[in-house]
Design a protein around this ligand. Structure first.
Ligand SMILES: [Zn+2]
Length: 322
């Protein structure tokens, strides 16, 4: 194993300096404070790009079909077949270790209000999931997932999509987002912050985040086994069940994006030994063994709200081996 920092120094900073002549700090946004998701997106995006063996190939999403008739034809294929083809095409342009572990693909389906059989499908890759949370109260992780994935929503009058069999632009289509390919390592980001100053933080408590048994099977569109006559072999990330365990979390202390402090919790992945499965709490230079409370973050003798209710911002899940 190569330590992550070695890779960062060698590839990320080195290449950035070579290209732009700037200092490593500039590559990370200079002295400005960054939202933890911005740092994550920046680091994972750069690593993915730097380690991508086929980085010179055009990005799949940019070469995606733009012709409505061709898109419609693709929507008419059996789902297993079209989904496997989409993932294969995506992976041909994303050949890095980062993509092997973190990359997933969403399936977005629009259904026409004029006819239930007019279903339009498109696919979108991701290396983290952006989740909207309720503005107040308490939600379980399951509830957050359910309200973001696998639930149909009706588009408003402005969301007009060309329906090929109807032969015109149609409004009020229903939209459904599923996870067509689930990565072994799934990163969740909870949208707690708005762009409007320091006061825009949603403090909703998300409980049961540290579960050993987070089930994402209901959010896969492939709830049957792949057919035997599939032309492209089905991929592991498409075949359920999808059971995950939490191994890390980032918390935000403070009122909003304009200030505050991040702390993290991570779990010992060792299966044996006295620290097997133990949680550690990371606060700048201080690392300590910590218990974890399902809704309130780390517990280690400080008042429980030291980390803060409703402060969880990112969650790191890994797929369990069955
Ligand atoms: Zn239609």
């Amino acid at each position: 194993m190569i330590p992550l920092l070695t890779i960062l120094k060698k590839h990320l900073f080195h290449s950035h300096q070579a290209i732009t002549g700037s200092q490593p700090a500039d590559a990370l946004g200079g002295g400005q404070q960054q939202d933890c998701s911005e740092i994550y997106i920046f680091v994972i995006g750069r690593l993915e790009d730097e380690l991508n063996k086929s980085r010179d190939k055009p990005d799949y999403s940019r070469t995606e079909l733009t012709d409505d008739a061709a898109k419609w034809k693709r929507s008419q294929m059996p789902l297993w077949e079209s989904a496997s083809r989409e993932w294969k095409a995506e992976k041909e342009t994303q050949q890095s270790e980062v993509a092997n572990y973190f990359l997933g693909q969403k399936l977005i389906q629009f259904k026409c209000p004029n006819d239930d059989t007019h279903i339009h499908r498109s696919w979108e890759s991701f290396n983290y999931l952006n989740l909207i949370i309720n503005k107040s109260g308490t939600q379980s992780l399951d509830q957050v997932l359910r309200s973001n994935l696998g639930a149909e929503e009706t588009m408003d009058d402005e969301g007009r999509i060309t329906c090929v069999p109807c032969g015109k632009g149609v409004t009020k289509m229903t939209r459904l987002v599923n996870l067509s390919y689930l990565p072994d390592y799934l990163v969740l980001y909870f949208q707690r912050f708005s762009n409007h100053g320091a006061s825009g933080k949603i403090n909703t408590v998300i409980n049961q985040f540290n579960s050993d048994n987070i089930d994402l099977t209901p959010y896969s569109p492939h709830n049957d086994n792949p057919p035997d006559n599939l032309k492209i072999p089905a991929y592991r990330g498409m075949i359920g069940p999808f059971k995950y365990e939490c191994y890390g979390a980032v918390f935000h202390r403070g009122k909003g994006i304009g200030g505050g402090h991040y702390v993290a919790m991570a779990r010992h992945l060792d299966q044996r030994g006295k620290e097997a499965g133990a949680w550690h709490h990371y606060n700048d230079r201080t690392v300590r063994l910590a218990g974890v409370n399902g809704s309130q973050g780390p517990e280690y003798g400080e008042p429980r709200n030291a980390v803060g209710d409703g402060s969880i911002v990112m969650l790191f899940l890994r797929r369990k081996k069955l």
